[in-house]
Design a protein around this ligand. Structure first.
Ligand code: ZN
Length: 81
């Protein structure tokens, strides 16, 4: 369930794509092209349950070093496809 207002600043949420950043195994993982509802004023992002599950799956794979990432300062992976 996605609220139509930001829970922090009550700003309007806009459907779009964002980047999700997290730490895994001492590295920073950046997941690109994450569909989200982004707050226009403060940039806070809300995710659907389906998207959260995808992110959880990717993060688990990252922790187990099963993820193929481009060798950048921060590992990047797309949620597309
Ligand atoms: Zn906000």
């Amino acid at each position: 369930m996605i609220p139509d207002r930001c829970s922090f600043c009550k700003g309007k949420l806009r459907e779009g794509n964002t980047e999700f950043m997290a730490h895994a195994g001492g590295e920073v993982i950046v997941i690109k092209d994450v569909p989200a509802y982004v707050c226009e004023p403060c940039g806070e992002a809300c995710y659907t349950t389906a998207t959260s599950r995808k992110i959880d799956g990717l993060m688990r794979a990252a922790h187990q070093k099963k993820l193929c990432m481009r060798p950048l300062p921060a590992g990047e992976v797309s949620l597309k496809g």
